[in-house]
Design a protein around this ligand. Structure first.
Ligand SMILES: [Zn+2]
Length: 381
């Protein structure tokens, strides 16, 4: 295992030190500094009144666009000419762009409607990216172009359910993170976002989720799990582009891990599902983009890119945990963007991934069931 963090160039440190994190998060302003290891215990129910509604997100996007004085542009997919460009229930789908750089970054939240804080984190990031004059955010705007999707699933968010609901009379519930399939898309949202994705052709992506509460070996809550929907060294990822994304995804998450572990209240591990299994699904958005999904000739060149996800603790945590759940996501996104803007993220040791705390995996959860054992690759670490 390679537990030791690489030394970073001074320039990166300077960028990070200059990042005005508190200014990026007005809802946290005035709170005392967080003590190490003091992530509050979750309550049994989500503080529903504190969750952003669809209307809240639309209003916040408009406010950010106005105050950014031209830096942030807010679009609806319908407004961009995409058909269908709305959700199953007919809601407009919103994306905001900021930056003029050549590296295109796709940031999405709340694909699962009952995983609530992706929008809070991404709106905070968007606000900083659009308005901050700090070296970090200047570099982000100069080197990157962000495509920020705070609420991928507005219908499920309004219903506070994981899925969207088909409006074809069946009322069938569709998990949008299993719906980017080579045979087509069950929900309008999926085809709309996929169509936009084929137009953007991003270089890298991030998807923000929540998971249930789990504890580490010391009975401390895990506050964030770092994951990739096609397991590194698993059945699928090493076979894509000669293993390029297997290495790239581990670098992305290894960089985030190194940056976030300095914060005492952030306690990370690697994501697992179904007991001690890693996820390896092909219909998830972050999987399909790595596989270069070409549906109906919309992606004829087979464009693809690496993508990872954060699983923040607490789809159902209480108010006290909320601020920290959001803040750790903001810090994680900032670490990712800073690494991409400087390019240093691609110098990260991919073996850091294997040193992130994790269960002793016994296999994989795939689209078609579990695979135990290691069908194509040995476990690395
Ligand atoms: Zn989720």
């Amino acid at each position: 295992m390679h537990e030791q963090a690489p030394r970073f160039p001074l320039t990166r440190r300077n960028l990070l030190a200059a990042a005005p994190l508190v200014a990026a998060l007005p809802l946290l302003a005035g709170q005392p500094a967080f003590a190490a290891g003091s992530f509050p215990e979750p309550g049994p129910f989500p503080p529903r009144a504190a969750l952003l509604t669809y209307d809240d997100v639309v209003k916040a996007l408009g406010d950010i666009e106005r105050t950014s004085r031209g830096a942030v542009a807010v679009h609806t997919l319908a407004g961009l000419g995409i058909t269908p460009g709305v959700s199953e229930a007919g809601r407009d789908l919103y994306v905001a762009t900021v930056g003029t750089g050549p590296i295109k970054v796709w940031l999405q939240g709340r694909i699962h409607g009952n995983e609530p804080y992706g929008p809070d984190a991404l709106l905070a990031v968007l606000r900083s990216a659009g308005t901050s004059g700090s070296p970090l955010w200047k570099a982000v705007r100069d080197k990157l172009t962000l495509h920020v999707i705070p609420m991928y699933n507005p219908d499920g968010s309004e219903l506070y359910i994981r899925h969207t609901v088909l409006q074809d009379g069946s009322e069938r519930r569709i998990d949008l993170n299993r719906d980017w399939s080579p045979t087509g898309f069950a929900a309008k949202e999926s085809l709309a976002w996929y169509t936009y994705w084929t137009q953007v052709k991003p270089d890298v992506g991030l998807d923000i989720h929540h998971q249930g509460l789990k504890y580490d070996e010391s009975d401390e809550p895990i506050t964030m799990s770092l994951g990739i929907s096609l397991a590194p060294s698993g059945p699928t990822l090493p076979g894509i582009r000669g293993g390029e994304y297997d290495i790239a995804t581990r670098r992305l998450q290894g960089h985030v891990y190194n940056e976030l572990k300095q914060y005492g209240y952030v306690n990370m591990d690697r994501y697992s599902v179904g007991g001690p299994r890693e996820i390896d699904i092909k219909g998830g958005v972050s999987s399909a983009v790595m596989l270069g999904l070409d549906y109906n000739g919309l992606n004829p060149t087979g464009h693809s890119h690496p993508m990872v996800f954060f699983e923040t603790y607490g789809g159902s945590i209480g108010q006290k945990s909320r601020g920290k759940a959001i803040k750790q996501n903001v810090l994680g996104v900032e670490a990712l963007l800073e690494g991409l803007a400087t390019g240093d993220i691609w110098n990260t040791d991919p073996m850091i991934w294997h040193g992130i705390p994790h269960q002793d995996y016994i296999g994989y959860l795939t689209d078609t069931g579990t695979i135990d054992g290691w069908p194509t690759q040995g476990p690395v670490g």
